[in-house]
Write a protein that binds this ligand. Structure first.
Ligand SMILES: [Fe+2]
Ligand SMILES: [Fe+2]
Length: 374
Protein backbone atom coordinates (compact mmCIF):
# COMPACT_ATOMS: atom_id res chain seq x y z
CA UNK A 1 0.00 0.00 0.00
CA UNK A 2 1.20 3.49 -0.59
CA UNK A 3 2.74 5.32 2.30
CA UNK A 4 0.47 8.30 1.57
CA UNK A 5 -2.53 6.07 2.34
CA UNK A 6 -0.92 5.19 5.66
CA UNK A 7 -0.17 8.82 6.45
CA UNK A 8 -3.76 9.82 5.73
CA UNK A 9 -5.37 6.96 7.63
CA UNK A 10 -2.92 6.43 10.49
CA UNK A 11 -1.02 9.69 10.75
CA UNK A 12 2.26 7.92 9.90
CA UNK A 13 3.67 6.55 6.63
CA UNK A 14 5.04 3.25 7.98
CA UNK A 15 2.80 0.97 10.03
CA UNK A 16 5.71 -0.07 12.24
CA UNK A 17 7.29 3.38 12.70
CA UNK A 18 7.98 2.99 16.40
CA UNK A 19 9.08 6.57 16.96
CA UNK A 20 5.82 7.87 15.53
CA UNK A 21 3.84 5.43 17.71
CA UNK A 22 5.74 6.46 20.84
CA UNK A 23 5.40 10.17 20.01
CA UNK A 24 1.68 9.90 20.73
CA UNK A 25 1.42 11.01 24.37
CA UNK A 26 0.02 8.59 26.95
CA UNK A 27 -3.22 9.50 28.67
CA UNK A 28 -2.72 11.54 31.86
CA UNK A 29 -3.15 8.99 34.68
CA UNK A 30 -5.02 11.59 36.77
CA UNK A 31 -7.63 12.28 34.07
CA UNK A 32 -11.11 11.40 35.38
CA UNK A 33 -13.35 12.55 32.53
CA UNK A 34 -13.02 12.59 28.76
CA UNK A 35 -15.48 14.67 26.73
CA UNK A 36 -16.44 14.12 23.10
CA UNK A 37 -18.86 15.92 20.83
CA UNK A 38 -20.46 13.62 18.29
CA UNK A 39 -22.79 14.43 15.42
CA UNK A 40 -25.51 11.89 14.88
CA UNK A 41 -29.01 11.47 13.63
CA UNK A 42 -31.51 9.93 16.03
CA UNK A 43 -34.06 7.75 14.24
CA UNK A 44 -37.55 6.83 15.35
CA UNK A 45 -39.15 4.03 13.43
CA UNK A 46 -42.90 3.46 13.27
CA UNK A 47 -42.39 0.13 11.57
CA UNK A 48 -42.69 -2.37 14.43
CA UNK A 49 -42.82 -5.44 12.21
CA UNK A 50 -40.24 -8.07 13.12
CA UNK A 51 -38.68 -7.91 9.68
CA UNK A 52 -35.27 -9.32 10.61
CA UNK A 53 -35.61 -12.80 12.11
CA UNK A 54 -31.86 -13.16 12.74
CA UNK A 55 -31.85 -10.08 14.95
CA UNK A 56 -35.11 -11.06 16.63
CA UNK A 57 -33.64 -14.44 17.52
CA UNK A 58 -30.62 -12.70 19.05
CA UNK A 59 -32.96 -10.53 21.11
CA UNK A 60 -34.77 -13.60 22.46
CA UNK A 61 -31.42 -15.27 23.24
CA UNK A 62 -30.25 -12.15 25.05
CA UNK A 63 -33.33 -12.12 27.28
CA UNK A 64 -32.75 -15.68 28.47
CA UNK A 65 -28.97 -15.26 28.62
CA UNK A 66 -28.98 -12.55 31.30
CA UNK A 67 -26.89 -13.22 34.41
CA UNK A 68 -26.17 -11.32 37.57
CA UNK A 69 -22.61 -10.16 38.21
CA UNK A 70 -23.31 -9.92 41.94
CA UNK A 71 -24.79 -13.37 42.54
CA UNK A 72 -23.57 -15.61 39.70
CA UNK A 73 -19.86 -15.11 40.36
CA UNK A 74 -18.13 -16.33 43.51
CA UNK A 75 -16.63 -13.10 44.81
CA UNK A 76 -15.49 -14.83 48.00
CA UNK A 77 -12.72 -16.51 45.96
CA UNK A 78 -9.33 -15.64 47.42
CA UNK A 79 -7.03 -14.43 44.64
CA UNK A 80 -3.34 -14.74 45.47
CA UNK A 81 -2.05 -12.59 42.62
CA UNK A 82 1.58 -13.71 42.84
CA UNK A 83 0.70 -17.40 42.90
CA UNK A 84 -1.78 -16.97 40.04
CA UNK A 85 0.66 -15.09 37.84
CA UNK A 86 3.51 -17.50 38.57
CA UNK A 87 1.31 -20.35 37.35
CA UNK A 88 -0.11 -18.48 34.36
CA UNK A 89 3.33 -17.33 33.26
CA UNK A 90 4.52 -20.93 33.27
CA UNK A 91 1.73 -21.77 30.84
CA UNK A 92 2.73 -18.83 28.67
CA UNK A 93 6.42 -19.64 28.89
CA UNK A 94 6.50 -16.15 30.45
CA UNK A 95 5.25 -14.86 27.10
CA UNK A 96 8.68 -13.62 26.18
CA UNK A 97 12.00 -15.10 25.15
CA UNK A 98 14.33 -13.48 27.66
CA UNK A 99 17.46 -14.01 25.59
CA UNK A 100 16.07 -11.49 23.10
CA UNK A 101 16.51 -8.78 25.70
CA UNK A 102 20.28 -8.96 26.02
CA UNK A 103 21.67 -5.45 25.71
CA UNK A 104 18.47 -3.78 26.91
CA UNK A 105 17.55 -2.40 30.35
CA UNK A 106 15.69 -5.63 31.19
CA UNK A 107 18.66 -7.91 30.56
CA UNK A 108 19.43 -8.09 34.28
CA UNK A 109 15.88 -8.73 35.42
CA UNK A 110 15.52 -11.75 37.68
CA UNK A 111 12.39 -13.86 38.30
CA UNK A 112 11.15 -11.25 40.74
CA UNK A 113 11.05 -8.47 38.15
CA UNK A 114 9.52 -10.66 35.47
CA UNK A 115 6.81 -11.66 37.94
CA UNK A 116 6.18 -8.02 38.79
CA UNK A 117 5.99 -7.26 35.07
CA UNK A 118 3.51 -10.10 34.65
CA UNK A 119 1.33 -8.85 37.50
CA UNK A 120 1.28 -5.30 36.14
CA UNK A 121 0.65 -6.73 32.68
CA UNK A 122 -2.39 -8.69 33.89
CA UNK A 123 -3.73 -5.64 35.68
CA UNK A 124 -3.13 -3.51 32.58
CA UNK A 125 -4.85 -6.00 30.28
CA UNK A 126 -7.95 -6.25 32.47
CA UNK A 127 -7.97 -2.45 32.80
CA UNK A 128 -8.06 -2.08 29.03
CA UNK A 129 -10.90 -4.62 28.95
CA UNK A 130 -12.72 -2.46 31.51
CA UNK A 131 -12.26 0.75 29.50
CA UNK A 132 -13.20 -1.04 26.29
CA UNK A 133 -16.37 -2.32 28.00
CA UNK A 134 -17.33 1.26 28.84
CA UNK A 135 -16.72 2.12 25.19
CA UNK A 136 -19.08 -0.71 24.23
CA UNK A 137 -21.68 0.55 26.69
CA UNK A 138 -21.59 4.02 25.14
CA UNK A 139 -21.46 2.81 21.53
CA UNK A 140 -24.36 0.44 21.95
CA UNK A 141 -26.51 3.07 23.65
CA UNK A 142 -25.78 5.20 20.58
CA UNK A 143 -26.85 2.37 18.26
CA UNK A 144 -30.21 2.22 20.05
CA UNK A 145 -30.71 5.82 18.89
CA UNK A 146 -29.21 5.73 15.42
CA UNK A 147 -30.00 2.34 13.87
CA UNK A 148 -33.14 2.61 11.71
CA UNK A 149 -34.40 -0.96 12.29
CA UNK A 150 -36.85 -1.95 15.02
CA UNK A 151 -35.29 -5.41 15.66
CA UNK A 152 -31.83 -3.86 15.95
CA UNK A 153 -32.96 -1.20 18.44
CA UNK A 154 -34.55 -3.91 20.58
CA UNK A 155 -31.49 -6.13 20.49
CA UNK A 156 -29.09 -3.23 21.13
CA UNK A 157 -31.00 -2.36 24.30
CA UNK A 158 -30.13 -5.80 25.71
CA UNK A 159 -26.50 -5.26 24.80
CA UNK A 160 -26.48 -2.00 26.76
CA UNK A 161 -27.41 -4.00 29.86
CA UNK A 162 -24.81 -6.66 29.03
CA UNK A 163 -22.09 -4.01 28.77
CA UNK A 164 -23.10 -2.40 32.06
CA UNK A 165 -22.65 -5.82 33.65
CA UNK A 166 -19.23 -6.21 32.00
CA UNK A 167 -18.08 -2.82 33.27
CA UNK A 168 -19.38 -3.87 36.69
CA UNK A 169 -17.55 -7.21 36.87
CA UNK A 170 -14.20 -6.13 35.39
CA UNK A 171 -14.26 -3.02 37.57
CA UNK A 172 -15.04 -5.04 40.67
CA UNK A 173 -12.38 -7.66 39.90
CA UNK A 174 -9.72 -4.98 39.42
CA UNK A 175 -10.71 -3.12 42.56
CA UNK A 176 -11.22 -6.06 44.93
CA UNK A 177 -8.70 -8.59 43.63
CA UNK A 178 -5.95 -6.59 41.93
CA UNK A 179 -6.02 -3.37 43.93
CA UNK A 180 -6.93 -0.75 41.32
CA UNK A 181 -6.59 -0.15 37.62
CA UNK A 182 -4.39 1.35 34.91
CA UNK A 183 -5.46 4.42 32.94
CA UNK A 184 -6.82 3.82 29.43
CA UNK A 185 -4.15 3.18 26.80
CA UNK A 186 -3.75 6.08 24.41
CA UNK A 187 -4.19 3.99 21.23
CA UNK A 188 -7.36 2.40 22.58
CA UNK A 189 -8.73 5.83 23.47
CA UNK A 190 -7.95 7.15 19.97
CA UNK A 191 -9.85 4.25 18.48
CA UNK A 192 -12.86 4.62 20.79
CA UNK A 193 -12.92 8.36 20.04
CA UNK A 194 -12.93 7.72 16.29
CA UNK A 195 -15.77 5.23 16.62
CA UNK A 196 -17.90 7.47 18.80
CA UNK A 197 -17.33 10.69 16.85
CA UNK A 198 -18.31 9.14 13.49
CA UNK A 199 -21.99 9.90 12.92
CA UNK A 200 -22.70 7.05 10.47
CA UNK A 201 -24.53 4.35 12.41
CA UNK A 202 -22.87 1.45 10.63
CA UNK A 203 -19.43 2.81 11.60
CA UNK A 204 -20.33 2.41 15.27
CA UNK A 205 -21.07 -1.24 14.57
CA UNK A 206 -17.98 -1.77 12.46
CA UNK A 207 -15.65 -0.16 15.00
CA UNK A 208 -17.23 -1.69 18.09
CA UNK A 209 -19.10 -4.93 17.27
CA UNK A 210 -16.73 -6.14 14.55
CA UNK A 211 -13.31 -4.77 15.49
CA UNK A 212 -13.16 -4.03 19.24
CA UNK A 213 -15.52 -6.80 20.35
CA UNK A 214 -14.13 -9.24 17.78
CA UNK A 215 -10.72 -8.74 19.30
CA UNK A 216 -12.14 -8.91 22.83
CA UNK A 217 -13.86 -12.23 22.14
CA UNK A 218 -10.57 -13.75 20.99
CA UNK A 219 -8.62 -12.14 23.86
CA UNK A 220 -11.09 -13.35 26.51
CA UNK A 221 -10.90 -16.86 25.04
CA UNK A 222 -7.12 -16.78 25.14
CA UNK A 223 -6.99 -15.58 28.75
CA UNK A 224 -9.64 -18.14 29.74
CA UNK A 225 -7.44 -20.85 28.24
CA UNK A 226 -4.27 -19.88 30.04
CA UNK A 227 -5.38 -18.75 33.50
CA UNK A 228 -5.99 -21.12 36.40
CA UNK A 229 -7.68 -18.45 38.52
CA UNK A 230 -11.24 -19.77 39.04
CA UNK A 231 -13.05 -16.47 39.56
CA UNK A 232 -11.47 -14.88 36.50
CA UNK A 233 -12.27 -17.98 34.44
CA UNK A 234 -15.89 -17.90 35.55
CA UNK A 235 -16.13 -14.17 34.88
CA UNK A 236 -14.65 -14.52 31.39
CA UNK A 237 -16.88 -17.46 30.57
CA UNK A 238 -20.00 -15.46 31.35
CA UNK A 239 -18.75 -12.35 29.55
CA UNK A 240 -17.89 -14.40 26.45
CA UNK A 241 -21.41 -15.83 26.27
CA UNK A 242 -22.64 -12.24 25.88
CA UNK A 243 -19.77 -11.06 23.70
CA UNK A 244 -20.37 -13.72 21.04
CA UNK A 245 -23.92 -12.38 20.65
CA UNK A 246 -22.59 -8.85 20.32
CA UNK A 247 -20.20 -9.74 17.53
CA UNK A 248 -22.97 -11.75 15.83
CA UNK A 249 -25.17 -8.63 16.07
CA UNK A 250 -22.52 -6.74 14.09
CA UNK A 251 -22.16 -9.43 11.44
CA UNK A 252 -25.91 -9.98 10.97
CA UNK A 253 -26.68 -6.25 10.78
CA UNK A 254 -23.87 -5.06 8.53
CA UNK A 255 -24.14 -7.94 6.07
CA UNK A 256 -27.45 -6.53 4.89
CA UNK A 257 -26.31 -2.96 4.25
CA UNK A 258 -22.78 -3.63 3.02
CA UNK A 259 -24.17 -5.76 0.21
CA UNK A 260 -25.93 -2.62 -1.10
CA UNK A 261 -23.10 -0.10 -0.75
CA UNK A 262 -21.06 1.40 -3.57
CA UNK A 263 -17.33 0.74 -3.88
CA UNK A 264 -16.54 4.23 -2.61
CA UNK A 265 -18.69 3.71 0.48
CA UNK A 266 -17.09 0.32 1.09
CA UNK A 267 -13.62 1.83 0.75
CA UNK A 268 -14.35 4.11 3.73
CA UNK A 269 -15.35 1.03 5.73
CA UNK A 270 -12.25 -0.89 4.69
CA UNK A 271 -10.02 1.99 5.73
CA UNK A 272 -11.81 2.29 9.04
CA UNK A 273 -11.35 -1.43 9.74
CA UNK A 274 -7.67 -1.17 8.86
CA UNK A 275 -7.15 1.85 11.10
CA UNK A 276 -8.88 0.05 13.97
CA UNK A 277 -6.68 -3.02 13.46
CA UNK A 278 -3.50 -0.94 13.63
CA UNK A 279 -4.60 1.05 16.72
CA UNK A 280 -5.36 -2.22 18.51
CA UNK A 281 -1.98 -3.61 17.52
CA UNK A 282 -0.24 -0.47 18.77
CA UNK A 283 -1.81 -0.95 22.15
CA UNK A 284 -0.33 -4.43 22.60
CA UNK A 285 3.03 -2.83 23.23
CA UNK A 286 1.84 -2.21 26.79
CA UNK A 287 3.74 1.07 27.02
CA UNK A 288 2.23 1.89 30.42
CA UNK A 289 3.46 -1.41 31.88
CA UNK A 290 7.07 -0.87 30.79
CA UNK A 291 6.92 2.65 32.17
CA UNK A 292 5.54 1.39 35.48
CA UNK A 293 8.59 -0.90 35.62
CA UNK A 294 10.87 2.10 35.09
CA UNK A 295 11.99 1.01 31.61
CA UNK A 296 12.45 3.49 28.75
CA UNK A 297 10.04 2.21 26.11
CA UNK A 298 12.26 3.42 23.26
CA UNK A 299 15.00 1.07 24.45
CA UNK A 300 12.92 -2.05 24.79
CA UNK A 301 10.02 -1.84 22.33
CA UNK A 302 12.03 -2.40 19.14
CA UNK A 303 12.72 -5.87 20.54
CA UNK A 304 9.22 -6.44 21.88
CA UNK A 305 7.78 -5.66 18.45
CA UNK A 306 9.86 -8.37 16.84
CA UNK A 307 9.54 -11.04 19.50
CA UNK A 308 8.10 -14.02 17.56
CA UNK A 309 6.11 -15.36 20.53
CA UNK A 310 4.41 -12.02 21.02
CA UNK A 311 3.75 -11.75 17.31
CA UNK A 312 2.03 -15.09 17.38
CA UNK A 313 -0.19 -14.20 20.36
CA UNK A 314 -0.92 -10.85 18.79
CA UNK A 315 -2.03 -12.33 15.48
CA UNK A 316 -4.30 -14.83 17.32
CA UNK A 317 -6.29 -11.86 18.54
CA UNK A 318 -7.43 -11.27 14.95
CA UNK A 319 -8.89 -14.77 14.64
CA UNK A 320 -12.48 -13.47 14.90
CA UNK A 321 -12.04 -10.16 13.11
CA UNK A 322 -10.71 -11.54 9.83
CA UNK A 323 -13.44 -14.17 9.13
CA UNK A 324 -16.10 -11.66 10.15
CA UNK A 325 -14.74 -9.01 7.77
CA UNK A 326 -14.69 -11.68 5.08
CA UNK A 327 -18.30 -12.59 5.77
CA UNK A 328 -19.20 -8.89 5.37
CA UNK A 329 -17.52 -8.80 1.98
CA UNK A 330 -14.95 -6.29 3.18
CA UNK A 331 -11.88 -8.29 2.19
CA UNK A 332 -12.39 -8.49 -1.57
CA UNK A 333 -14.03 -5.22 -2.59
CA UNK A 334 -11.92 -2.48 -4.24
CA UNK A 335 -9.29 -4.87 -5.62
CA UNK A 336 -9.01 -6.75 -2.34
CA UNK A 337 -7.80 -3.63 -0.54
CA UNK A 338 -8.47 -4.94 2.98
CA UNK A 339 -7.16 -8.42 2.16
CA UNK A 340 -3.82 -6.85 1.24
CA UNK A 341 -3.78 -4.83 4.47
CA UNK A 342 -4.46 -7.96 6.52
CA UNK A 343 -1.67 -9.69 4.63
CA UNK A 344 0.70 -6.90 5.65
CA UNK A 345 -0.45 -7.25 9.25
CA UNK A 346 0.14 -11.03 8.93
CA UNK A 347 -3.37 -12.00 10.04
CA UNK A 348 -4.96 -13.16 6.78
CA UNK A 349 -4.49 -16.84 7.77
CA UNK A 350 -7.73 -16.67 9.80
CA UNK A 351 -9.97 -15.82 6.85
CA UNK A 352 -11.58 -19.26 6.62
CA UNK A 353 -12.21 -19.71 10.34
CA UNK A 354 -15.87 -19.77 11.35
CA UNK A 355 -17.55 -16.36 11.41
CA UNK A 356 -19.30 -15.33 14.62
CA UNK A 357 -22.68 -14.86 12.92
CA UNK A 358 -22.67 -18.65 12.47
CA UNK A 359 -20.96 -19.77 15.66
CA UNK A 360 -22.34 -17.56 18.42
CA UNK A 361 -24.69 -20.16 19.94
CA UNK A 362 -21.68 -22.33 20.76
CA UNK A 363 -20.63 -19.75 23.35
CA UNK A 364 -23.68 -20.18 25.61
CA UNK A 365 -22.68 -20.72 29.24
CA UNK A 366 -24.00 -24.28 29.51
CA UNK A 367 -21.77 -25.48 26.64
CA UNK A 368 -18.08 -26.36 26.57
CA UNK A 369 -16.23 -23.36 25.18
CA UNK A 370 -15.25 -23.76 21.54
CA UNK A 371 -11.48 -23.97 21.37
CA UNK A 372 -9.64 -21.34 19.38
CA UNK A 373 -9.52 -22.44 15.79
CA UNK A 374 -11.73 -25.49 16.30
FE1 LIG B 1 -18.69 -6.38 26.74
FE1 LIG C 1 -19.79 -6.55 24.07
Amino acid sequence: MTTTDNARILGRSEIDDLDAILDIPLVDPTEVEHLLRAERETVFTWDYAQARPGLHKLYEKAKTGQWNGTTDLDWSTDVDVEAVMTKDMEVLGAGVDKTLYIGTPVEKWGDRQWLEFGIHGRNWMLSQFLHGEQGALICTAKIVETVPWYDAKMYASTQVMDEARHVEVFGRYLREKLGGEFQINTHLRMLLDDIIVDGRWDMTYLGMQIMVEGLALAAFGFLHQITAEPLLRQLLRYVMSDEARHVAFGVLSLQEIYAQMTDAEIKDRQEFAFEAAVRMRDRFMQQEVWERMGVNTREVLPIVMNDPTRKMFQSMLFSKIVPNCKKLGLLERNDAWLRRRFEELEVIQFEDWENTGDEYLKFEVNQPLPLAGA
